[in-house]
Ligand binder design. Structure first.
Ligand SMILES: C[S@@+](CC[C@H](N)C(=O)[O-])C[C@H]1O[C@@H](n2cnc3c(N)ncnc32)[C@H](O)[C@@H]1O
Length: 200
């Protein structure tokens, strides 16, 4: 909690919980220590599937231990920019940008790759599904990435419901959360693109 209000990471999970359930496919685009991966695996149950991406072996090793009791997770040691090579459809995609706490801070997400990954997530997302993006403008590089991501997502416009959650009047730029929901009116277009294939 953040003085009574939820932290962006907590609220992201609450927003995702509203749209996924047993048997769904979900993506953790930035696995890190695996908190969102574990949350998603719990939501989709063993009949569903979670795709977990990270570029650091260290992160996947830690996350695998943290999620050891869940069989419904596929681990991908590749950039989330390559999302579509591994996932054709999903009900939810979660991004938690920046660097892995306690690890090499140089290994962090970067605007150009993040935006490619967001675009890929938008294409594979099932209508009615949601994408959440936690951004960290308070560290070097994170400010530029946040600005670029907010601008890019805002420009998506039609076909999407887009929201932003941000603590105001802070001394240091606080983490913020973007939420995107694909409108159900895109169902026909989506089905055509996916040639009617199942969600996974
Ligand atoms: C803030 S951490 C994620 C925290 C995580 N959600 C958790 O619950 O612990 C950001 C992660 O993104 C990873 N990352 C950086 N660039 C990436 C990329 N291009 N594709 C996938 N993951 C990336 C980092 O290695 C780091 O583990």
């Amino acid at each position: 909690m953040m003085n009574g209000f939820p932290r962006p990471t907590e609220l992201a999970q609450a927003w995702i919980r509203e749209v996924i359930g047993a048997g769904d496919v979900a993506v953790d685009a930035t696995t890190g220590n695996g908190h969102d991966t574990r949350f998603l695996a719990d939501c989709v149950t063993p009949s569903g599937l979670v795709h977990a991406f990270d570029v650091q072996q260290l992160a996947l090793d830690v996350a695998k231990k943290y999620c050891a009791e869940f069989q419904q997770i596929q681990w991908h040691l590749v950039s989330h920019a390559l999302l579509e090579q591994h996932v054709t459809a999903a009900r939810a995609v979660m991004f938690n940008l920046g660097y892995l706490p306690g690890a090499d801070h140089q290994c962090m997400t970067h605007a150009s790759e993040t935006i490619s990954a967001i675009d890929a997530a938008c294409r594979i997302l099932q209508p009615g599904g949601r994408i959440t993006i936690v951004c960290y403008p308070g560290h070097a590089g994170g400010d530029e990435e946040t600005a670029a991501v907010v601008e890019h997502v805002t420009a998506l416009g039609s076909g999407w419901h887009i929201v932003k959650y941000e603590k105001l009047a802070t001394r240091k730029a606080a983490p913020l959360l973007l939420g995107m929901e694909k409108q159900r009116t895109l169902q026909k277009q989506w089905a055509k693109m996916n040639h009617g294939c199942a969600w996974r």
